[in-house]
Design a protein around this ligand. Structure first.
Ligand code: PEP
Length: 254
């Protein structure tokens, strides 16, 4: 079901001790300051801290635990991999899949991502599936075509029931970690296009009910304007999720 959601992607940052301190600051600030809003918050720390950070999240609250990746394999001799079941067993409810850094540095393609999606969904994890174009693609005026292909190949093979569990994050690669945010109009245009594509692949109800996040240099200053767009339901936040004041202010931006 469509909801307002802010997810913090810590990437490969913080130590265990710093991570625990950060999450404690965030939960305290949010509990004190965020009232009268039903925004959900997903914290996605690195794998080794998931269990401990999950225990620090207040129970039955707006806070949820998420991972940044999972294996497409169920279990077995896959050294270094982390399965969806392992994530679920330490309290994860969400998993980010298809982040542009995974696509770029670890060669994750739509075929592999579609297997990861299946593995996550089979375990009951909700995928936050990322799509987004490079600057080159945008400048060649191919953004819609590119996003459509990522959706078709990566996501739209799911059944209606499976698709219901998915959150989509639109993250233009040129905006990630660059300080160059998409304008709210640019974000809205692509979000509306994604909703149209969902309506075509599934139906109008599915399009209306899908949560679509914006990601790419979102911060405490620009979040309100981005989140005010009719098709923007929240944000996937990288850099600013590592600062408790900034992240809390983003959560307050609805
Ligand atoms: C991200 O990597 O998902 C992201 C949005 O990063 P940043 O907010 O730092 O641009």
């Amino acid at each position: 079901m469509r909801k307002n959601l802010v997810a913090g992607n810590w990437k490969m940052n913080t130590t265990y001790q710093d991570g625990l301190a950060l999450v404690s600051e965030i939960t305290n600030m949010v509990q004190d300051e965020v009232t009268g809003s039903d925004v959900e918050v997903v914290i996605c720390p690195p794998f080794p801290f998931l269990a401990a950070i999950g225990k620090q999240l207040p129970e039955n609250s707006r806070f949820h635990l998420g991972a940044q990746n999972c294996s497409q394999k169920e279990s077995g001799a896959y050294t270094g991999e982390v399965s969806a079941r392992m994530l679920q067993s330490v309290g994860c409810e969400y998993v980010i899949l298809g982040h542009s850094e995974r696509r770029q540095y670890f060669r994750e393609d739509n075929e592999l991502l579609s297997q990861k999606l299946k593995a996550a969904l089979a375990t009951g994890l909700k995928p936050i599936f990322c799509v987004g174009e490079s600057l080159e693609t945008r400048e060649a005026d191919d953004t819609f075509k590119f996003i459509s292909q990522q959706l078709q190949e990566g996501l739209f093979h799911l059944s209606n029931e499976e698709f219901d569990q998915v959150v989509i994050a639109y993250e233009p690669i040129w905006a990630i970690g660059t300080g160059k945010t998409a304008t709210s109009a640019q974000a809205q245009e692509v979000h509306a296009y994604i909703r149209e594509q969902i309506a075509q692949a599934y139906d109008a109800e599915a399009a209306l009910n899908t949560t679509i996040l914006y990601g790419g240099s979102a911060n405490a200053q620009n979040a309100r304007e981005l989140f005010s767009q009719p098709d923007v339901d929240g944000g996937l936040i990288g850099g600013a999720s590592l600062k408790s004041r900034d992240f809390t202010d983003i959560i307050k931006s609805f």
